[in-house]
Design a protein around this ligand. Sequence first.
Ligand SMILES: N[C@@H](CCC(=O)N[C@@H](CS)C(=O)NCC(=O)O)C(=O)O
Length: 201
Amino acid sequence: MLLYNANLSPNALRVRAVAHELGIALEIVEVDLRKGENRSEAFLALNANGKVPVLVDGDFVLWESRAINAYLASLKSEQGLYPEDKRKRAIVDQWSYWQAIHLGPAMQRVAFERLLKSKFGMGEPDEKALEGPLKDIAQFLAVLDENLSDKEWVAGELSIADFAVASTFVYRKGSNIPLNMCRTFQPGSTALKHDRPGRLR
Ligand SMILES: N[C@@H](CCC(=O)N[C@@H](CS)C(=O)NCC(=O)O)C(=O)O
């Protein structure tokens, strides 16, 4: 299986982490986003959005990191990362979508302003623009905190939703997003076990 990857991408990291957890070997094809390799005709033929990650399994092409992870986990269903039980799966989907639609974009907005913008020569951080996202992050982390107050993994058992949520935190420290607003992430808390993808960096 091939994974079109960019090392700086949290979305690609999420897939590498799940493949690693499942013991699925991926042949990595590095796509240099800064050189615009994701805009080449060959790459756009795989994903017209021009975004990584993209998985190629024989003649099957799949993009969107969470869909790729659901596919990979389904190939090794006995490991339970994407449970077949309808209700358990629905809860995994619930947290994966929550990360994709709520927590992830807010964290990404801050990471872009505070960390990536200057790295890409796009100017200084605009702190004013971050008031809304930071407020959202505090609200969403409180929800995560509450959810993890009585369990180790977001959907009860380790699942692809944990990898979705954990990969959100890759740029947290560099973006100066404090976790002291969230008791879940205090030293010694079980939520810090959500660092599995971090170990693969
Ligand atoms: N929702 C997509 C997001 C993919 C995405 O935004 N990838 C970024 C890297 S983190 C990318 O390829 N950006 C290049 C571009 O948009 O030109 C996923 O989860 O796979």
